[in-house]
Design a binder for this molecule. Structure first.
Ligand SMILES: Nc1ncnc2c1ncn2[C@@H]1O[C@H](COP(=O)(O)OP(=O)(O)OP(=O)(O)O)[C@@H](O)[C@H]1O
Ligand SMILES: [Mg+2]
Length: 403
């Protein structure tokens, strides 16, 4: 099954009752999502800027700035936002002005749920039909997958902390525990959820956006999570097409989707990778990790995976262990995207208390490393250019990667 992207709607009306009626009429509609309510024209303009709705349901008579003026301002400043006017009988003159100002439709109060939904969908469909690229660009989450073919290199630790870091910056972020058999994200965040990925797929015929959303867990940081099944045996119920559907469906709900994966490449991991914008491939300064990272890169090449999506993250960086970050870079022939230092005390204390180090130890070098990764992936702050070419070549590296 496939999903149409959801239409994000803002309701602007000074009557609380009208707003809650409209919200109620749209509840349960899989294609429309109310993302905010404004009590006057000034707030409507402010929320339009902050929330980027696709469409505003606009009352005419509102305090501070009336709905007509708001429609005119949006027509000039934000022509990408559609306006549907909600008016009472006798405001026909206003109505003409509203249409002139750029409103796409009008609803005469009181209106039915069917009229409301039709009006929203028509206005949006008319606008979108000439702009198929718009939704992909405007409302698709950036998907980051933490990956490594070696266990214990820190995928769950970094995925969890980066996700919490983004959420704490007000970015709408979802963390998916893709380690379906032995997922550690719930325990890492001290969560004992009753809902998880398995509950989305247990009755496949009900796989809808509302079923998916019902099984999302919230963390106190604002982060939202789709957790792994509560028993390893249930993991088999999740198939690649479920992953595809869930990611397509949730993509328009979030700014960032972070995925934690187990140390293997099966059809499940490939389904995640298929929908990934950036793979954060983790390595440590251990010979076995380097070997596995090298093999992993070769496998990606062999399966024609777009290797420009891969960013190397060195975790547990430590000096004087016989292999340096520069050696790693030279061996893999990919510049390093980020380096996270070794700090076992911070990492383990945080893990054992079920609080991410980003929150429990905000001044730690680990928390700062998360800030650095976040600043590289946040919009407007593109990744910094690669570090310069390395020079030193250790004997061990020659052994591994050839001269
Ligand atoms: N930068 C770091 N410094 C010190 N210890 C770390 C660091 N990152 C992670 N660890 C520790 O390494 C161990 C393994 O981490 P984690 O569970 O995140 O790895 P993983 O790659 O998800 O493992 P698996 O492949 O089993 O899922 C944990 O004890 C964690 O606290
Ligand atoms: Mg893990």
């Amino acid at each position: 099954m496939s999903f149409k992207p959801r239409i994000k709607v803002l309701i602007a009306d000074d009557m609380v009752e009208l707003r809650s009626n409209v919200r109620r009429m749209l509840t349960g509609n899989d294609n429309i999502q109310v993302i905010g309510e404004a009590n006057d024209g000034e707030e409507a303009l402010k929320l339009a800027k902050e929330l980027n709705p696709h469409l505003i349901l606009m009352d005419i008579n509102m305090p501070k700035i009336d709905g007509l003026r708001v429609t005119e301002i949006l027509g000039k400043d934000r022509p990408d936002i559609q306006v549907v006017i909600m008016s009472i009988q006798g405001e026909q003159e206003y109505l003409r002005r509203a249409m002139k100002a750029g409103a796409k439709d009008f609803l005469t109060k009181p209106f039915s749920g069917t009229e409301l939904v039709e009006s929203i969908q028509n206005a949006f469909n008319n606008w979108i039909k000439d702009r198929p690229e718009y939704l992909q660009q405007a409302s698709k989450a950036q998907v980051f997958t933490f990956f490594a073919t070696k266990g214990g290199v820190g995928k769950t630790t970094l995925a969890t902390n980066l996700a919490v870091c983004l959420a704490s910056k007000g970015k709408k972020t979802l963390l998916i525990d893709g380690s379906f058999q032995f997922g550690d994200v719930a325990i890492t965040l001290n969560l004992t959820p009753k809902k998880n990925f398995y509950h989305i797929v247990e009755k496949e015929e009900e796989l809808s956006i509302s079923t998916i959303e019902k099984n999302i867990t919230k963390h106190s940081s604002g982060l939202e999570l789709l957790l792994a099944p509560h028993e390893p045996a249930l993991a088999d119920a999740i198939k690649p097409n479920h992953i595809k559907t869930v990611l397509e469906c949730l993509s328009t709900n979030y700014q960032f989707i972070i995925i934690d994966t187990p140390p293997k490449i099966s059809e499940i991991e490939l389904a995640f990778l298929d929908k990934t914008d950036c793979v954060l491939l983790l390595a440590t300064l251990e010979i076995s990790s380097l070997k596995n990272t090298k093999i992993c890169l070769k496998t990606f090449n062999d399966i024609s995976f777009d290797t420009t999506k891969i960013k190397i993250v060195l975790n547990k960086d430590i000096s004087n262990v016989g292999i340096s970050p520069k050696d790693l870079e030279e061996g893999l022939q990919i510049p390093m995207f980020a380096v996270v230092p070794m700090d076992s005390e911070t990492a383990q204390k945080a893990l054992n208390t079920g609080e991410p180090f980003f929150i429990k130890f905000p001044n730690s070098t680990l928390a700062k490393a998360m800030e650095a990764i976040a600043s590289k992936i946040l919009p407007g702050e593109p990744p910094k250019p690669p570090v310069g070419k390395s020079s030193a070549i250790l004997k061990i590296k020659d052994l591994l990667f050839g001269a």
